[in-house]
Each structure stands twice: as C-alpha cells, then as structure tokens.
Design a protein around this ligand. Structure first.
Ligand SMILES: NCc1[nH]cc(CCC(=O)O)c1CC(=O)O
Length: 303
C-alpha cells in the first residue's frame, strides 16, 4: 500500500505511525507499506499568514492530485488541516485514535502567567483571537513554519510565547516542550490531534484496509466537529474553537466564535445523540445569531 504524506517532520511522524498500525493490524511486513512524501503548497510559502496566501486546500491539493491519479492509495492528513468540504471522489476511511487535543503554551506556564504586553507568535486566527480575548494587552505577530521553525523563532526572541498543538509535540517526541492548556480556559481547533486517512471512494480494498485501524470514538467526535464548521460556514481561517467529547451514544460540544481582534467571544454548548448533528447545526445558528458582524463576516453560515 502506498501512503502519501506531506514531507514535514510532523507529517512524516504521522505517516510512520499509520504504517506501524497498518502492519500490526494486517500482519504486513515493513515493505508492504510504502511512504510517499509529497511537497504541499502550504509548505512552500512560509513568510505570510495562510489566510493571506488565500488559496484553499494548501495542505491537500498536491496529495489529492496524487491520490486521484492513483500514484498513491491513501493520503495521511492532520485532520485539522483538511477543508470542511471534500471532493466526492475521496472517502475518509479511518480516523486514528485521537491524541492530546489541547494547545500547549510555550514560553509561559499558563495564560495568566504571560507577562504584561508580551508578544505572541501565531498565525492561527483562532489562537490569536482567543488569546486577545483573555489578554488584550498582548501583541500578536505572525509565526509560521513547522514546529522546529516556530520553536527556533521563539528562541531567537521573535516572540515571548507561542502555541503549538500538544499532539504535534508528542508525535515529534517533544512533549516536554510547553504547557497544555486546560479546556476550562482554552478551546482547541476542530479535529485537533486527529490523523485522517483518505482513499479514493471507489477503492474498496484500500477503504477496508484503512478501516481496520480506525477509531469509532474519534470518528464520532470528529464528524460532529466538522459538522459544526460546515454549519457555521467556517474555514481553517475562521476564528472558531470547539471541543467535543463523550461516548458513542452521547456527545457534548463546547464551541466559541470570536472576532479576529478578540474583543468579542460568543460561546455555547450542547449535548446530543452522537449520530444526530441537528443539534450541532442549531448550536451554529445560535452562536451566529448572538454575534455581531465583526464575527459573522468570517462565516457564511449566518447568511
Ligand atoms: N496547522 C498546522 C498543524 N496541523 C496539525 C497540527 C498539529 C497536529 C494535530 O492537530 O493533529 C499542526 C501544528 C500546530 O497546530 O501546532
């Protein structure tokens, strides 16, 4: 089986984990799974925020082309980076068991401990808005690049603190870096900590092989979180934070939308039957109905 992956160290770690799970589940030898690194357009331009580069599908475009053409049998994605609406020709065959979904704060013990007026490096609208909502005294500077690049910028003094996904640090063997933020104070991104495996919708063999390593609880949470993004009409550039947890029958979702400058935060939560996303769509409508134009202009679901 040929697994396509981005070539960043984090993406490669995710692909190696996927390969190990496939080999264990099917009794395959190492050489029965080939990792195929593919350079993504999002990895080429590093000096501007993604929202400015503007193009959609920055992380998936090249992998999608390789998958559609049959050069690979499956794509390994950080689920967080996959657009809400996917081409019909692809199929999410599995989501691996979710890793730590929290953001880790690097450079301070917690949000309250960030020094007054500190500079915060991030290019994620959700992280910037959520931080400014709690700490309007802070200043946000654009921070892009892979995990090592961002930690290097922090060390070089380009910012006082930054955020990184705990899952990413864990997968790179760097869980000693940073302090995970508790969900009472800070909500993560939709799909954070989840590895998504996609194949061609008409490839029954790849689909079955991948499904064997999928996790049902992760799939339930992830599809609900993506349903919220779809109902809001948000993208990965929209300031939205969401946390969904529970069991296979009942899930609880906490969600918040922000104005980019953090001055406005609209939050809500809902408990619902895991297979019924009607309540999620209702939560999305409720959040947008309570938000001002400064928030709703970043979502199409309100219109
Ligand atoms: N936007 C980049 C990205 N996409 C997924 C992860 C982390 C791994 C994950 O969420 O599974 C990261 C790095 C980060 O946010 O620090």
């Amino acid at each position: 089986m040929r697994l396509g992956t981005r070539n960043s160290p984090l993406a490669m770690a995710q692909a190696v984990e996927t390969k190990a799970r496939l080999c264990a589940a099917h009794g395959w030898s190492e050489d029965e799974v080939e990792l195929v690194p593919v350079m993504a357009s999002g990895d080429k331009v590093l000096d501007r925020p993604l929202s400015e580069i503007g193009g959609k599908a920055l992380w998936t475009k090249e992998l999608d082309a390789w998958l559609a053409e049959g050069l690979i049998d499956a794509s390994v994605h950080s689920a967080k980076d996959v657009e809400t609406i996917r081409p019909d020709v692809f199929h999410f065959a599995a989501f691996l068991p979710r890793a730590d979904r929290r953001d880790a704060l690097v450079g301070a013990a917690n949000i309250a401990a960030i020094p007054q007026g500190a500079t915060v490096g991030t290019s994620a609208p959700r992280r910037a808005a959520q931080l400014l909502n709690l700490r309007p005294d802070c200043k946000v500077v654009t921070f892009r690049g892979n995990v090592a690049t961002r930690l290097g910028k922090l060390k070089a003094g380009e910012a006082d603190v930054t955020f990184l996904a705990a899952a990413g640090l864990e997968r790179l063997g760097q869980s000693d870096v940073g302090n995970p933020l508790p969900s009472e104070d800070w909500l993560p991104a939709a799909a954070q900590g989840v590895i998504a495996l996609e194949c061609r919708a008409d490839d029954a063999e790849a689909s079955a092989n991948l499904a064997a390593i999928g996790d049902a609880q992760t799939a339930a949470e992830l599809t609900a979180e993506r349903a919220l993004l779809a109902a809001l009409g948000g993208t990965c550039h929209s300031p939205v934070a969401v946390l969904c947890q529970g069991d296979l029958d009942t899930l609880t979702m906490q969600a918040a939308v922000f104005s980019p400058d953090g001055s406005e935060r609209v939050a809500g939560n809902v408990t619902f039957a895991a297979n019924d996303h009607g309540a999620v769509a209702e939560l999305a409508r409720d959040l947008l109905s309570r938000a001002s134009i400064a928030v709703t202009e970043h979502f199409t679901g309100g219109k």
